[in-house]
Design a protein around this ligand. Structure first.
Ligand code: IDP
Ligand code: MG
Length: 139
């Protein structure tokens, strides 16, 4: 079933010039961008995006990291896009991520881990709406 997921190429990956490599991986996996936006998040925008984690000890550090430099926010569409993107990304901790995954290739540690991907259809809906009005989705 075709569905949409939200991906973010995080500030660490943008700084390392890996935008092209990461988007090529989406292309090869059949995940088609239907919206792309490059932006620098304010700290409060990052906090709102990660509100589900606000009780976690890493929340402040994560929000600071996510607002530390430009990011690329994408909506990807394809069959089983949510699960497929999670598989492409690999485990949250790059040290535990499988070979061939984005986080294995470009993540430095459990915080600076290169990419975000929605983890369910409910979070995908919230996350897509957080960055894009419906009219900006071209697919
Ligand atoms: P996910 O990105 O694989 O879905 P989540 O548990 O949703 O992982 O965490 C969101 C983000 O918070 C992670 O991608 C990572 O950047 C950061 N993070 C997760 N766990 C930790 C931690 O234990 N220490 C520091 N940062 C963390
Ligand atoms: Mg998550």
């Amino acid at each position: 079933m075709s569905e949409r997921t939200l991906a973010i190429i995080k500030p660490d990956a943008v700084k390392k010039n890996t935008i092209g490599d990461i988007i090529a991986r989406y292309d090869k996996a059949g995940l088609r961008p239907v919206a792309i936006r490059m932006m620098k998040l304010s700290k409060s925008t990052a906090e709102g995006f990660y509100a589900v984690h606000k009780a976690r000890p890493f929340f402040d550090s994560l929000s600071t990291f996510m607002s530390s430099g430009p990011v690329v926010v994408l909506v990807l569409q394809g069959d089983n896009a949510i699960k497929k993107n999670r598989e492409l990304m690999g485990a949250t901790d790059p040290a535990k991520a499988e070979a061939g995954t984005i986080r294995k290739a470009h993540g430095a540690n459990i915080e600076f881990n290169a990419v975000h991907g929605s983890d369910s259809s409910e979070t995908a809906k919230f996350e897509i709406g957080y960055f894009f009005p419906e009219m900006d989705l071209v697919g």
